[in-house]
Design a binder for this molecule. Structure first.
Ligand code: DXP
Ligand SMILES: NCC(=O)COP(=O)(O)O
Length: 249
Protein backbone atom coordinates (compact mmCIF):
# COMPACT_ATOMS: atom_id res chain seq x y z
CA UNK A 1 0.00 0.00 0.00
CA UNK A 2 1.41 3.46 -0.84
CA UNK A 3 2.55 5.63 2.06
CA UNK A 4 -0.15 7.84 3.55
CA UNK A 5 0.22 11.61 3.48
CA UNK A 6 -0.25 13.71 6.60
CA UNK A 7 -0.21 17.43 5.88
CA UNK A 8 1.73 19.45 8.45
CA UNK A 9 0.00 22.79 9.09
CA UNK A 10 2.84 24.52 10.97
CA UNK A 11 3.92 26.59 7.95
CA UNK A 12 0.35 27.76 7.34
CA UNK A 13 0.09 28.76 11.00
CA UNK A 14 3.38 30.64 10.82
CA UNK A 15 2.11 32.67 7.86
CA UNK A 16 -1.15 33.43 9.69
CA UNK A 17 0.77 34.54 12.78
CA UNK A 18 2.36 37.44 10.86
CA UNK A 19 -0.84 39.40 11.48
CA UNK A 20 -3.57 39.51 14.07
CA UNK A 21 -5.99 38.10 11.48
CA UNK A 22 -7.54 34.65 11.12
CA UNK A 23 -6.13 33.84 7.67
CA UNK A 24 -4.75 31.69 6.24
CA UNK A 25 -6.90 29.48 8.43
CA UNK A 26 -5.32 26.22 9.52
CA UNK A 27 -8.79 24.65 9.68
CA UNK A 28 -9.69 25.75 6.14
CA UNK A 29 -6.33 24.56 4.78
CA UNK A 30 -6.71 21.31 6.66
CA UNK A 31 -10.17 20.84 5.16
CA UNK A 32 -8.82 21.47 1.64
CA UNK A 33 -5.98 18.99 2.24
CA UNK A 34 -8.31 16.28 3.54
CA UNK A 35 -10.84 16.85 0.75
CA UNK A 36 -7.97 16.45 -1.74
CA UNK A 37 -7.17 13.02 -0.31
CA UNK A 38 -4.61 13.62 2.43
CA UNK A 39 -4.84 10.89 5.04
CA UNK A 40 -4.29 13.13 8.01
CA UNK A 41 -3.14 16.40 9.53
CA UNK A 42 0.02 16.98 11.52
CA UNK A 43 0.81 19.79 13.93
CA UNK A 44 3.95 20.42 15.93
CA UNK A 45 3.02 22.82 18.73
CA UNK A 46 6.13 24.40 20.19
CA UNK A 47 6.21 25.97 23.67
CA UNK A 48 6.39 29.54 22.27
CA UNK A 49 3.42 28.86 19.91
CA UNK A 50 5.28 30.54 17.04
CA UNK A 51 3.65 28.15 14.58
CA UNK A 52 0.58 26.22 15.67
CA UNK A 53 -1.12 27.79 18.69
CA UNK A 54 -2.48 25.61 21.44
CA UNK A 55 -5.99 26.89 20.75
CA UNK A 56 -5.77 25.63 17.12
CA UNK A 57 -5.95 22.06 18.34
CA UNK A 58 -9.61 21.82 19.41
CA UNK A 59 -10.77 23.25 16.07
CA UNK A 60 -8.63 20.75 14.11
CA UNK A 61 -9.91 17.89 16.28
CA UNK A 62 -13.46 19.06 15.57
CA UNK A 63 -12.77 19.26 11.82
CA UNK A 64 -11.65 15.64 11.75
CA UNK A 65 -14.38 14.37 14.06
CA UNK A 66 -17.21 16.10 12.23
CA UNK A 67 -16.12 16.06 8.58
CA UNK A 68 -13.37 13.46 8.12
CA UNK A 69 -13.81 10.70 10.70
CA UNK A 70 -11.44 8.38 8.82
CA UNK A 71 -8.59 10.92 8.95
CA UNK A 72 -5.78 10.88 11.50
CA UNK A 73 -4.60 13.72 13.71
CA UNK A 74 -0.86 13.49 14.39
CA UNK A 75 0.61 15.70 17.11
CA UNK A 76 4.38 16.06 17.29
CA UNK A 77 6.52 17.43 20.04
CA UNK A 78 8.74 17.06 23.06
CA UNK A 79 6.89 15.39 25.95
CA UNK A 80 6.76 18.18 28.52
CA UNK A 81 3.87 18.11 30.97
CA UNK A 82 2.20 20.94 29.02
CA UNK A 83 2.55 18.98 25.76
CA UNK A 84 1.13 15.85 27.34
CA UNK A 85 -1.86 17.83 28.68
CA UNK A 86 -2.46 19.22 25.18
CA UNK A 87 -2.30 15.72 23.72
CA UNK A 88 -4.70 14.31 26.32
CA UNK A 89 -7.23 17.01 25.44
CA UNK A 90 -6.83 16.54 21.67
CA UNK A 91 -7.16 12.76 21.44
CA UNK A 92 -4.78 12.38 18.44
CA UNK A 93 -4.70 9.09 16.57
CA UNK A 94 -0.89 9.36 16.59
CA UNK A 95 1.66 11.16 18.73
CA UNK A 96 5.17 11.63 17.36
CA UNK A 97 7.66 12.34 20.10
CA UNK A 98 10.51 14.60 18.99
CA UNK A 99 13.57 15.53 21.11
CA UNK A 100 13.34 19.27 20.38
CA UNK A 101 14.65 21.91 22.77
CA UNK A 102 12.08 24.71 23.31
CA UNK A 103 13.81 27.38 21.21
CA UNK A 104 15.01 25.08 18.43
CA UNK A 105 14.14 26.64 15.03
CA UNK A 106 13.04 23.27 13.67
CA UNK A 107 13.57 19.56 14.36
CA UNK A 108 17.09 18.49 13.47
CA UNK A 109 17.80 15.12 15.11
CA UNK A 110 16.19 11.98 16.45
CA UNK A 111 16.09 10.52 19.96
CA UNK A 112 18.98 9.01 21.84
CA UNK A 113 17.07 5.77 22.49
CA UNK A 114 19.58 4.53 25.04
CA UNK A 115 19.96 7.67 27.17
CA UNK A 116 16.23 8.49 27.01
CA UNK A 117 14.99 4.90 27.23
CA UNK A 118 13.37 5.11 30.71
CA UNK A 119 11.62 8.42 30.07
CA UNK A 120 10.38 7.24 26.65
CA UNK A 121 9.07 3.95 28.09
CA UNK A 122 7.00 5.86 30.66
CA UNK A 123 5.61 8.39 28.16
CA UNK A 124 4.94 5.82 25.45
CA UNK A 125 2.95 3.69 27.91
CA UNK A 126 0.98 6.74 29.06
CA UNK A 127 0.10 7.76 25.49
CA UNK A 128 -0.79 4.24 24.41
CA UNK A 129 -3.12 3.97 27.41
CA UNK A 130 -4.93 7.03 26.01
CA UNK A 131 -5.44 5.19 22.72
CA UNK A 132 -2.78 6.93 20.60
CA UNK A 133 -0.32 5.20 18.32
CA UNK A 134 3.18 6.39 19.28
CA UNK A 135 5.95 7.15 16.83
CA UNK A 136 9.46 8.28 17.78
CA UNK A 137 11.57 10.66 15.70
CA UNK A 138 14.74 8.79 14.70
CA UNK A 139 18.01 9.46 12.94
CA UNK A 140 19.05 7.19 10.08
CA UNK A 141 20.95 4.78 12.32
CA UNK A 142 20.07 1.09 11.97
CA UNK A 143 21.91 -0.05 15.13
CA UNK A 144 19.58 1.81 17.52
CA UNK A 145 16.32 0.30 16.23
CA UNK A 146 16.16 -2.47 18.89
CA UNK A 147 16.41 0.23 21.58
CA UNK A 148 13.68 2.21 19.82
CA UNK A 149 11.44 -0.87 19.84
CA UNK A 150 12.19 -1.51 23.52
CA UNK A 151 10.40 1.75 24.41
CA UNK A 152 7.10 0.13 23.41
CA UNK A 153 6.44 2.57 20.54
CA UNK A 154 4.70 1.19 17.44
CA UNK A 155 6.60 3.24 14.88
CA UNK A 156 9.60 5.42 14.24
CA UNK A 157 9.58 8.53 12.10
CA UNK A 158 12.77 8.68 10.07
CA UNK A 159 14.30 12.17 10.20
CA UNK A 160 14.78 12.93 6.51
CA UNK A 161 16.32 16.41 6.87
CA UNK A 162 19.82 15.32 5.72
CA UNK A 163 18.20 13.62 2.69
CA UNK A 164 16.22 16.79 1.91
CA UNK A 165 19.47 18.78 2.04
CA UNK A 166 20.95 16.77 -0.86
CA UNK A 167 18.69 18.38 -3.48
CA UNK A 168 21.71 19.63 -5.46
CA UNK A 169 23.84 16.51 -4.99
CA UNK A 170 22.38 13.35 -6.57
CA UNK A 171 25.21 11.09 -5.37
CA UNK A 172 24.72 12.23 -1.77
CA UNK A 173 20.96 11.69 -2.18
CA UNK A 174 21.54 8.06 -3.20
CA UNK A 175 23.73 7.51 -0.12
CA UNK A 176 21.17 9.15 2.22
CA UNK A 177 18.31 7.10 0.79
CA UNK A 178 20.28 3.92 1.29
CA UNK A 179 21.04 4.83 4.92
CA UNK A 180 17.34 5.61 5.51
CA UNK A 181 16.45 2.33 3.80
CA UNK A 182 18.82 0.34 6.01
CA UNK A 183 17.32 2.00 9.09
CA UNK A 184 13.83 1.13 7.88
CA UNK A 185 14.96 -2.49 7.35
CA UNK A 186 16.30 -2.60 10.92
CA UNK A 187 13.13 -0.98 12.28
CA UNK A 188 10.97 -3.56 10.50
CA UNK A 189 13.16 -6.37 11.87
CA UNK A 190 12.66 -4.94 15.37
CA UNK A 191 8.88 -4.94 14.88
CA UNK A 192 8.44 -1.24 14.23
CA UNK A 193 6.41 0.49 11.50
CA UNK A 194 8.14 3.32 9.67
CA UNK A 195 7.03 6.91 9.03
CA UNK A 196 9.24 9.63 7.56
CA UNK A 197 9.36 13.38 7.56
CA UNK A 198 11.28 16.61 7.24
CA UNK A 199 12.07 18.48 4.04
CA UNK A 200 10.34 15.94 1.84
CA UNK A 201 9.26 17.19 -1.58
CA UNK A 202 7.63 16.00 -4.79
CA UNK A 203 11.16 15.66 -6.18
CA UNK A 204 12.67 13.53 -3.41
CA UNK A 205 9.71 11.31 -2.46
CA UNK A 206 9.88 8.83 -5.37
CA UNK A 207 13.38 7.53 -4.53
CA UNK A 208 12.46 7.27 -0.85
CA UNK A 209 9.32 5.20 -1.41
CA UNK A 210 11.15 3.05 -3.98
CA UNK A 211 13.74 2.12 -1.32
CA UNK A 212 11.17 1.81 1.51
CA UNK A 213 8.08 0.36 -0.21
CA UNK A 214 6.29 -0.32 3.09
CA UNK A 215 6.69 3.25 4.36
CA UNK A 216 3.51 3.81 6.38
CA UNK A 217 3.23 7.61 6.39
CA UNK A 218 5.01 10.81 5.44
CA UNK A 219 4.25 14.11 7.16
CA UNK A 220 5.06 17.11 5.01
CA UNK A 221 4.71 20.81 5.71
CA UNK A 222 7.35 23.15 4.36
CA UNK A 223 7.73 21.77 0.83
CA UNK A 224 4.02 21.11 0.45
CA UNK A 225 3.09 24.62 1.58
CA UNK A 226 5.68 26.10 -0.79
CA UNK A 227 4.12 24.14 -3.67
CA UNK A 228 0.61 25.21 -2.62
CA UNK A 229 1.73 28.83 -2.94
CA UNK A 230 3.48 28.27 -6.26
CA UNK A 231 0.70 26.28 -7.88
CA UNK A 232 -2.07 28.45 -6.39
CA UNK A 233 -0.53 31.84 -7.28
CA UNK A 234 -1.84 32.19 -10.84
CA UNK A 235 -5.48 31.53 -9.90
CA UNK A 236 -5.18 33.86 -6.93
CA UNK A 237 -3.84 36.73 -9.06
CA UNK A 238 -6.78 36.18 -11.43
CA UNK A 239 -9.23 36.48 -8.50
CA UNK A 240 -7.63 39.70 -7.26
CA UNK A 241 -7.67 41.18 -10.78
CA UNK A 242 -11.38 40.35 -10.96
CA UNK A 243 -11.88 42.13 -7.62
CA UNK A 244 -10.24 45.18 -9.16
CA UNK A 245 -12.62 45.03 -12.08
CA UNK A 246 -9.89 44.02 -14.54
CA UNK A 247 -10.69 41.64 -17.37
CA UNK A 248 -9.68 38.14 -16.29
CA UNK A 249 -7.07 36.89 -18.76
C1 DXP B 1 9.39 16.48 13.42
C2 DXP B 1 9.54 17.30 12.22
O1 DXP B 1 10.44 17.14 11.44
C3 DXP B 1 8.55 18.34 11.94
O2 DXP B 1 7.63 18.52 12.94
C4 DXP B 1 9.21 19.60 11.72
O3 DXP B 1 9.81 19.96 12.93
C5 DXP B 1 8.23 20.59 11.22
O4 DXP B 1 7.96 21.52 12.15
P1 DXP B 1 8.26 23.06 11.82
O5 DXP B 1 7.54 23.34 10.53
O6 DXP B 1 7.68 23.74 13.00
O7 DXP B 1 9.74 23.22 11.69
N1 LIG C 1 7.31 15.27 10.74
C1 LIG C 1 7.77 16.09 9.70
C2 LIG C 1 6.75 17.07 9.34
O1 LIG C 1 5.66 17.04 9.89
C3 LIG C 1 6.95 18.09 8.32
O2 LIG C 1 8.24 18.53 8.19
P1 LIG C 1 8.53 19.60 6.98
O3 LIG C 1 7.96 19.03 5.71
O4 LIG C 1 7.82 20.88 7.36
O5 LIG C 1 10.02 19.70 6.95
Amino acid sequence: MPAELSVNLNAVAMLRNRRDLPWPSVVDMGRIALRAGAHGLTVHPRPDQRHIRFDDLPALRQLIDEEFPQAEFNIEGYPTEAFLRLVAASRPEQVTLVPDAPAQPTSDHGWDFVADQDMLKTVVAQLKAQGARVSLFADAEPSVMPAAAATGAERIELYTGPYGATFEDPAAAVAEVERLGQTADAARAAGLGVNAGHDLTVANLPALVARIPDLAEVSIGHGLTADALEYGMAETVRRFRMALGQQAG
